[in-house]
Design a protein. Structure first.
Length: 264
């Protein structure tokens, strides 16, 4: 079994990077609208804090998490927004420490989890490493919303390998959530990492493939940029279709970002 410590360390680093973006914001900046419709910077951080708390509950109190999940299933179209809205109403001086405390507690709990343990979630049960990977993906994606709002360009890091891996593994989900039959064959995915390394997934001889910068692929699968604005390329009709619908997260795909020249 692989040591999960590296993904825990990467999640901590990703969270700390986002923390540095918001730590010195004034109260008025917390209310700036982000590219997510109806969500301010405060909503973005509140959502991360809410999900960290849900993750902590899943790891430390599975019965408590199941009760929370039942409430979510009773309102599947609104529970995410409701959680973000509740937290966004807090003063930044209260919201920011709440996020910090929650993610620190989750980090401690994940590192203490017994090897092989699996925890309930809104989909299939997750290992500690998988839960940390999912939290990193969300932290990076919502951090992108914050960075875009503030006009900040974040230097990409090889922590993106976690986001890319989820995006590749979620290929069939992206088809299924839209009522489409997933392709029968695997694709070859070749991504150039920020470090210059090549990350590869799928059979080398696969007739359909996806290539491009890892950053652009991650922006695509988190739906933080329009495909037309990214240097991700497909070879094959099914691979081409996938790039139109790819998503690394569970739930509805949302509207995604408009193409830059159409953004008004």
């Amino acid at each position: 079994m692989a040591d999960p410590t590296p993904v825990f360390d990467d999640l901590r680093a990703e969270s700390d990077e986002l923390d540095r973006l918001v730590a010195e914001l004034g109260p008025e900046q917390w209310t700036l609208p982000t590219p997510a419709p109806g969500w301010t910077i405060a909503h973005q951080i509140a959502h991360l804090a809410w999900t960290d708390r849900a993750s902590l509950l899943a790891v430390t109190d599975q019965d408590g998490f199941r009760a929370l999940a039942e409430k979510a299933l009773a309102a599947p179209d609104s529970f995410v927004d409701e959680g973000a809205e509740e937290g966004a109403r807090l003063p930044p001086a209260e919201l920011l420490p709440r996020w910090r405390e929650g993610r620190t507690a989750l980090d401690t709990a994940l590192r203490a989890a017994p090897p092989g343990a699996r925890f309930p979630w809104y989909g299939p049960p997750m290992s500690a490493a998988s839960m940390a990977t999912a939290r990193l993906m969300e932290t990076w994606a919502h951090g992108q919303d914050v960075a875009d709002t503030l006009g900040v360009v974040r230097p990409p890091t090889d922590r993106l390998r976690h986001v890319a891996r989820i995006g590749v593994r979620a290929r069939n989900y992206a088809f299924g959530v839209r009522g489409l039959t997933p392709p029968a064959e695997e694709f070859r995915v070749e991504l150039v990492a920020p470090s210059g390394d090549l990350w590869v997934y799928g059979p080398e001889a696969a007739p359909q493939r996806v290539t491009g910068p890892a950053l652009d692929f991650c922006l695509l699968v988190t739906r933080r940029a329009h495909r037309a604005d990214l240097a991700v390329r497909a070879d094959g009709p099914d691979a081409d279709r996938w790039l139109d619908i790819a998503q690394a997260f569970a739930g509805p795909p949302g509207a995604g970002r408009p193409q830059k020249e159409d953004a008004g």
